[in-house]
Design a protein around this ligand. Structure first.
Ligand code: HEM
Length: 377
């Protein structure tokens, strides 16, 4: 499904998209080399892109995603446990219930756009649960998450209206999360992520309000923007391959393999950005210091050198597929959670429906630089 990436891997595996622009890295081995080397390929260097001066302080830009060692490791250590295997096992019954609820409320016997009531509702409900937000605000949370990411990275200088919308979103997110924190400060600490963060100490100091808000913004974007597309793209695959739906119905133990192959075949996070801290050679090309680099995770996941017949969806392909979650120090914190949401959402759907059918409306794709998946389906 990715002919341009295939051409890049063949003809120009490390290339500058336009003069003065970003360098795209398309081969699996080069992508891994970049992600394994945070000293020379910095995430922090990318902070300025997520926080242009006109925006007025994007909390996402103060998160650990755009930090390098040692600051990154100090913050990551605070939340690692809350997303580990034991925490996920505790969370599983609740996530199963949220998935069943969403599926039970889907209309039957008539066409439905599956994005809002299924693909968005589930991750929004899960992240709301983790952060103590009101799940009825799902649509607003998604809008903010979209504006904070896509609304920032692709704005052109003359696009005043888009700038204003992104500015508004950033101010609203700050105010909304500030209110949540204030309300929570009046309650005793629980065992959720937010309580852990509030009690956490870095070098003996509690996190400031701004640091807490940055964490919440990162978890909001990380938790919603990607899982919505994992679920949406799962449905796209099932629509293209009705035999896979039948196979999963016959044998639920194949669902995890299905999710892994969707992650590889149609990666929700297409790319990750870095900035070079010194001159460095990559794939036979000399990159100058300060070069913006975009590693194409989706291209790496289709690289024929690692995935024979990679453009074919193959339920029996050996997994797990870690690359769609990145690699190294920034490896996705929510990978296990995302896999669990995918598995339980699919289980709920298979339990409730014998048959899915493409509706009369053509689907549309979400248009941003970094995440990919359906906008309407
Ligand atoms: C980081 C993908 C779901 C939270 C990342 C990265 C990728 C990724 C590629 C690394 C970015 C980089 O190296 O610059 C995905 C995909 C998901 C998913 C494909 C779903 C299918 C989630 C969920 C959460 C989450 C559910 C949390 C609720 C994070 C966080 C980071 C991260 C906090 C930053 C980690 C760090 O900087 O150390 N994700 N993600 N993600 N993800 Fe995810």
């Amino acid at each position: 499904p990715y002919p341009t990436y295939a051409r890049m891997r063949r003809d120009a595996p490390v290339c500058q998209v336009d003069p003065g622009g970003m360098w795209a890295v398309s081969r699996h081995d080069d992508v891994l080399r970049v992600l394994k080397d945070p000293q020379r390929f910095s995430s922090q260097g990318f902070r300025q892109v997520t926080n242009p001066p006109w925006l007025g302080g994007n909390p996402f830009a103060e998160s650990m995603l755009v930090m390098d060692p040692p600051q990154h490791g100090r913050l990551r250590g605070l939340v690692q446990k809350a997303f580990g295997a034991a925490a996920m096992a505790r969370l599983e019954p609740r996530v199963r219930e949220l998935c069943r609820q969403a599926v039970a409320e889907l209309p039957r016997g008539r066409p439905v756009d599956m994005m809002a009531p299924f693909a968005l509702r589930i991750p929004a409900a899960v992240i709301s649960e983790l952060l103590g937000l009101d799940p009825r605000h799902a649509a607003r949370l998604k809008q903010w998450a979209d504006l904070i990411t896509g609304g920032v990275s692709t704005v052109r200088p003359e696009e005043e209206d888009r700038k204003q919308r992104a500015r508004d979103a950033v101010a609203e997110v700050r105010a909304y999360f500030g209110d949540v924190l204030e309300a929570r400060a009046r309650e005793p600490a629980g065992t959720d992520v937010l309580s852990e963060l509030r009690q956490a100490r870095v070098d003996g100091e509690a996190l400031t309000k701004d640091e807490l808000i940055a964490f919440m913004a990162l978890l909001l974007v990380g938790g919603i923007e990607t899982v919505v597309h994992l679920l949406g793209s799962s449905l796209v695959v099932l629509r293209e391959h009705p035999e896979v739906w039948a196979q999963l119905r016959a044998d639920r133990s194949r669902i995890p393999a299905f999710i892994e192959e969707v992650l590889r075949y149609e990666p929700p996070a297409q790319a990750a950005p870095r900035l070079t801290t010194e001159e460095v050679e990559l794939g036979g090309v000399k990159l100058p210091r300060g070069a913006p680099v975009l590693v194409l995770l989706a291209s790496a996941a289709h690289d024929e050198a690692h995935f024979p017949d990679g453009d074919r969806f193959n339920l029996s392909r050996a997994g797990p597929q870690n690359l769609p979650f990145g690699h190294g120090i920034h490896f996705c914190l929510g990978a296990q959670l995302a896999r669990m949401e995918g598995r339980l959402a699919l289980e709920a759907l298979l339990d409730a429906f014998r048959h899915l059918e493409a509706g009369p409306e053509p689907m549309t794709w979400h248009r941003t630089l970094v995440v990919r998946g359906p906008a309407t389906l």
